[in-house]
Ligand binder design. Structure first.
Ligand SMILES: NC(=O)c1ccc[n+]([C@@H]2O[C@H](COP(=O)([O-])OP(=O)(O)OC[C@H]3O[C@@H](n4cnc5c(N)ncnc54)[C@H](OP(=O)(O)O)[C@@H]3O)[C@@H](O)[C@H]2O)c1
Length: 337
């Protein structure tokens, strides 16, 4: 079966990464790419990587035109822009994997508090499947809409959730200290990501206010059944891609380091994309891959986890294809290993 696939917001970084994966997916034909630009740019003028690889123009398509050409769309739009078009895509019968934050939270009040506006599609957001298969695989295969997780929440949640559920760490007092490469902010120009601003510099941002904080808390709480409280501090690192998350938690047992590792190994033994390691992971070890590498340590009176992902792959487009594979009954690893 060939699935006809479209990408919304195809000029951006997550779209570029999706295209790299989808052109080698044996069950996919990319049939539509969208942009707000009216001059129908060829994909190779936007992403020169696709010269002689893909002969397609980007168009300012609406839901009707897309429904004629696609069975499934990946939404690579900013939040709010995404929720303004996704309901029409779903009504037109297409499946959707949304990479934006619009359908990740399940509580409209939490959304309104952190995103500063009421959700335009509040009923749907309450029940949308959250596409982090290693923790919430149930429901993805049957879903018409999947909310693809945020990049930081992926690395942090995969490291902490099993330890919390097993009663090894306490749900309160968790600190997630995370560092991201600059592509995490997207291709759309912003002051903070201009070369002279971020090169040779290292800065925290969104302290106490970053919107991934409630998403991390939601994941840990839903998965463990315990009300998790997390202080999440992101940092911008002058590298292209990658996220390293160092998390600090209070132990709830006297578990040894071996037992901590066993807990993660048991959880992820059959997961193709999570690698539990005894040595220390680095962003280079997972760059360009859909892996999340994790280790755990006991240091004084804390449990530490260190996890690494590529923000554009396991943190975005690789995870989106993993969800797509589940939605269409393909092997979960298709085009990703
Ligand atoms: N970058 C990451 O590491 C990452 C990780 C996980 C999730 N995400 C999420 O994935 C989505 C895409 O991220 P990205 O990094 O690919 O962003 P990006 O590089 O900035 O691309 C977003 C694209 O959306 C289009 N767009 C921008 N504003 C729009 C609007 N108001 N209405 C309609 N289209 C608009 C633009 O295309 P045109 O100007 O051509 O129309 C733009 O190229 C975002 O929601 C982001 O939060 C990103």
């Amino acid at each position: 079966m060939t699935v006809r696939v479209g990408i919304l917001g195809a000029t951006g970084y997550t779209a570029l990464e999706l295209l790299k994966i989808l052109v080698r997916h044996p069950e996919v034909e990319v049939t539509a790419l969208t942009t707000r630009q009216e001059d129908r740019p060829h994909v190779s003028s936007i992403h020169p990587q696709f010269h002689k690889q893909l002969d397609l123009h980007l168009e300012n398509w609406g839901p009707k035109e897309l429904a004629d050409r696609c069975d499934c769309v990946f939404g690579c739009l900013p939040h709010a822009a995404s929720a303004s078009v996704i309901p029409e895509m779903l009504d037109a019968g297409m499946k959707v994997v949304d990479l934006s934050a619009d359908y990740r939270l399940n509580d409209p009040e939490v959304y309104a508090k952190w995103y500063g506006a009421d959700h335009p599609d509040a009923e749907r957001m309450k029940t949308t499947v959250y596409g982090l298969p290693e923790l919430f695989r149930e429901g993805i295969a049957e879903a018409q809409l999947v909310a693809n997780p945020g990049c930081y929440p992926t690395g942090v949640s995969l490291a902490l959730a099993p330890l919390l559920k097993a009663g090894i760490i306490k749900p309160e007092g968790i600190i997630a200290d995370c560092k991201s490469g600059v592509s995490g902010a997207g291709r759309t120009p912003k002051m903070a990501t201009l070369y002279p601003e971020c090169n040779e510099s290292f800065a925290a941002y969104g302290v106490g206010t970053h919107r991934h904080m409630p998403e991390i808390e939601q994941n840990l709480t839903v998965y463990s059944g315990k009300s998790a409280s997390v202080i999440f501090t992101p940092h911008l690192v002058p590298m292209d891609r990658g996220i390293l998350s160092t998390c600090y938690a209070l132990p709830d047992t006297e578990a040894s380091e071996k037992e901590l590792l066993n807990c993660l190994n048991e959880k992820y033994a059959d997961e193709p994309f999570v690698r539990v390691r005894t040595d220390l992971p680095a962003t280079k070890h997972v760059s360009g891959t859909n892996f999340c590498d994790i280790t755990v340590r006991r240091v004084k009176d804390r449990v530490l986890t260190i996890s690494c992902i590529d923000n554009l792959v396991k943190g975005a487009s690789g995870a989106a294809v993993q969800n797509f594979n589940l939605m269409y009954g393909f092997a979960e690893t298709t085009a990703l290993l």
